[in-house]
Design a protein around this ligand. Sequence first.
Ligand code: CAA
Length: 417
Amino acid sequence: MSRRVFLLGGFNTPFIGKGHPDFVWKNHPDFGKRENPNLEEHLAAAVAGAFAATGVDVEKVDKGYIGNFVGELFCQQGHLGAALAGSYPGLAGKAMTRVEAACASGGLALASAIDAIRAGNDTVLVAGVEVQTTVSAREGADYLARASHYRRQRSIDDFTFPALFGRRTKAYREAFGVTEEDIGRVAVKAYANANKNPLAHMKAKKMDLATAGSVNDKNPCFLQNAEYSPYIKMSDCSQVSDGASACFVVSEEGLKAAGKTFADAIEIVGYGHSTASLYEDGDLTQLWTTKNAAAKAYKATGLAPGDIQVAEVHDCFTVTELLMIEALGFAAPGKGAELVRDGATNIDGRIPVNTGGGLVGFGHPVGATGVKQAVEIWKQMKGLSGGYQVPKTPSVGLTANMGGDDRTVMVTAFRNL
Ligand code: CAA
């Protein structure tokens, strides 16, 4: 019998970057007067926040995992296990490990912690961090392209990932007759949710359907790749964000050691992890690896798509949210847009998706995203989401974190006790 695993709680820093009111950039009144927080500062803030949110005694921490994709490129900093050990007094000397799986780095840091609890540990720290605003979006796109099969796919466009998902948008729209406006609704929901979330990158930016549903001056296409350019506008993209997240994963003993009860935590009922070959692309109209990871998660937990009451899914681009909700079984192939159009994925809908704004609205500091998704689900399931709280506290939640173009996926299911 496997040991039970709990998410005791955690903390997200604000996710910031261009478009966030506090982010210092060329025309900001603070330009030249103060710096934006660096990687160390974001990480330290998230870890301190996780200790404060959970009351865990640092003495009790057995080990820690940190998700980060390309600290070496954006920040000239690798060896982030040691950075985690330095992020909070008393962590030095503990067993700390960095986990890398592109944008699923955070999700796999969480998986590592779950495995560690099942293997006999009691209190495991999970963190994720990325700082990406040290270079322009175009230069950063080259760094992020390391999550694709670089030798084969880098040349698709300077903005490799937006182009890869422009390619998916084209294939998906052609296969199912989905309109540009249908896709635009995903962005409108993301920004509307972010506007209710004080930690969101896009908390202050409004997005209406007139802007998101068609190309216009405020919302241009920006790819050079002529075939895919019409399928990706600025509003379809996740943000280039800086930020960090951290949480504690514990056993029943770890829960007791922190002086907490089941009522303070959510149970991590199980997960599915699937990895596809980097060298092949597969069917562009579905997320095969996500489907596979979801099938594993449902099998491991005995849950079915209809049981899920709140979900955080990897909307690296608007089309990805539709493909995700189909791969997770919330909608049939090609029918994800209908769910969004009907309001079923809204905060007050039947299956609320990305209530804090998702990667498009909340932001996407890539190594932090998988951890942030788990913290968001914990907040929703404990009634802690403030202005974007789901009206009826959910008792079953799910996260789906993706690396690359559906190459690595981690799907995790949570239950309120
Ligand atoms: N018309 C045409 N082109 C325009 C334009 C206009 N009106 N305005 C801007 N552009 C072009 C410009 O060429 C500009 O590039 P340069 O300045 O280098 O010439 C380019 O668009 C970007 O403009 P900005 O730099 O002003 O835009 P920004 O900094 O606000 O960035 C964004 C906007 C490019 C959409 C950026 O947010 C972005 O790249 N988002 C996606 C991030 C991403 O790909 N993350 C990874 C997701 S994939 C995943 O999650 C899986 C994984 O493992 C990686």
